[in-house]
Design a protein. Structure first.
Lengths: 87, 205
C-alpha cells in the first residue's frame, strides 16, 4: 500500500481532523497495540497515544485526531501510524 | 422533590432540566464522559450548563472503558441501547446514593435510533427509578427556541465528536430478551460499581 495515499479533512461534525485511506483497508491493530501506548481498546477501535497526541484508530483505516489542528503534524502522524499498521 | 439530570452537554438535556426546575424540582446532575474516545469538550459544556441552570453539583462518570466492553462483547447494532441502559443504571445507583427521587433526561421520541418507542421501552426496563422525559414529544425547533430563551443554546452548540463507537446501522427495534442475552456476557454490576467508585464530583458553585 502507498502510505502517502490518504486524505485529511475535518470530520463530519467538524470537531476534529480525520485521515482516510482511498478505500476501507483492514489495519494491523495488533501491530499498533505492540508499537504504541494504548489508552483504550474497543477491539474494532483503539485510542493510541503517539508523540503526545491521542489518535482514534478505526480498524478499517480511519484515523481521528482529537486535538491536533496542524496539518503538517497530522500528516506526519498519519504516515507513521499507517506505516506501522500496514507493514 | 429532587431529581438527577443526565446532562450530556448537548442542546436537549439542559432544556429538560430547566423544565423540571420550573415545576419546583431541585436537581443535581451527572455527565457520562466517553473519554478517551472524545475530548473533554462535552464535560466542559456540562459544567458550564450546570452553572447556568443553578445546579450546584455535577458528577462526571468516566464511562469510556465501559463502552469499550460493550463494543467488544456485544452485537454492535445494539450498542446505543446497551449504552443507554448502562447510563440509566449507573445514574440510578448515583440517585440512590444522593437520595434523588427520579432521573431526568432530554430524550425525544424518534430523534435518534435509540429513541424509538421500542428502544425506549427496552432502555427504561433497565431501571426501577422513574425516568422523566419532559421533552419527549417536543419538536426539535421548540427545544432549540427554549434553549435560546433560557440562554443554554450558545453554551451547548459547537462541534463535538460524534460517537466513534456507534454502529453504522444501529437497531431501531429491540426486545428485552435479546438485550438481556447481550448483557449476560458482561459484568454489569461490576461496571456500575467501578463507575461510581471512580467518578468525579464537581462543585459548580
Amino acid at each position: 500500500m502507498n502510505h502517502h495515499q490518504f486524505s485529511i479533512e475535518l470530520c463530519k461534525t467538524k470537531a476534529g481532523y480525520e485521515a482516510t485511506l482511498p478505500k476501507p483497508t483492514p489495519l494491523n491493530v495488533d501491530a499498533l497495540r505492540k508499537h504504541y501506548t494504548v489508552r483504550e481498546d474497543a477491539g474494532i477501535i483503539l485510542v493510541i497515544h503517539v508523540d503526545d497526541e491521542d489518535v482514534i484508530v478505526h480498524q478499517y483505516g480511519k484515523l481521528i485526531f482529537k486535538t491536533l489542528t496542524d496539518n503538517k503534524k497530522i500528516t506526519q502522524l498519519a504516515m507513521k501510524i499507517y506505516e506501522t499498521a500496514t507493514a | 422533590m429532587k431529581g438527577l439530570l443526565l446532562l450530556s452537554g448537548g442542546i436537549d438535556s439542559p432544556v429538560a432540566g430547566y423544565r423540571m426546575q420550573q415545576l419546583g424540582v431541585d436537581l443535581i446532575a451527572v455527565h457520562f464522559s466517553s473519554e478517551p474516545f472524545t475530548t473533554n469538550e462535552a464535560e466542559r459544556k456540562s459544567c458550564v450548563l450546570a452553572e447556568k441552570l443553578g445546579i450546584p453539583t455535577l458528577y462526571v462518570v468516566l464511562h469510556g472503558s465501559c463502552y469499550s466492553l460493550l463494543v467488544k462483547h456485544c452485537t454492535h447494532k445494539y450498542y446505543y441501547i446497551l449504552m443507554r441502559r448502562l447510563m440509566l443504571r449507573t445514574a440510578e445507583a448515583l440517585a440512590q446514593q444522593e437520595q434523588c427521587d427520579f432521573l431526568v433526561t432530554g430524550e425525544n421520541l424518534g430523534q435518534v435510533a435509540s429513541q424509538t418507542l421500542s428502544n425506549m421501552a427496552t432502555i427504561t426496563e433497565a431501571v426501577r427509578i422513574p425516568v422523566l422525559r419532559p421533552l419527549l414529544c417536543n419538536d426539535k425547533q421548540e427545544t432549540i427556541a427554549l434553549a435560546r430563551k433560557i440562554g443554554t443554546y450558545d453554551l451547548s452548540k459547537g462541534p463535538e465528536f460524534c460517537c466513534v463507537l456507534g454502529p453504522k446501522h444501529p437497531a431501531t427495534q429491540s426486545t428485552i430478551d435479546v438485550i438481556h442475552t447481550e448483557e449476560s456476557s458482561l459484568d454489569i454490576c461490576g461496571m456500575i460499581e467501578q463507575s461510581i467508585k471512580h467518578m468525579k464530583c464537581v462543585t459548580v458553585f
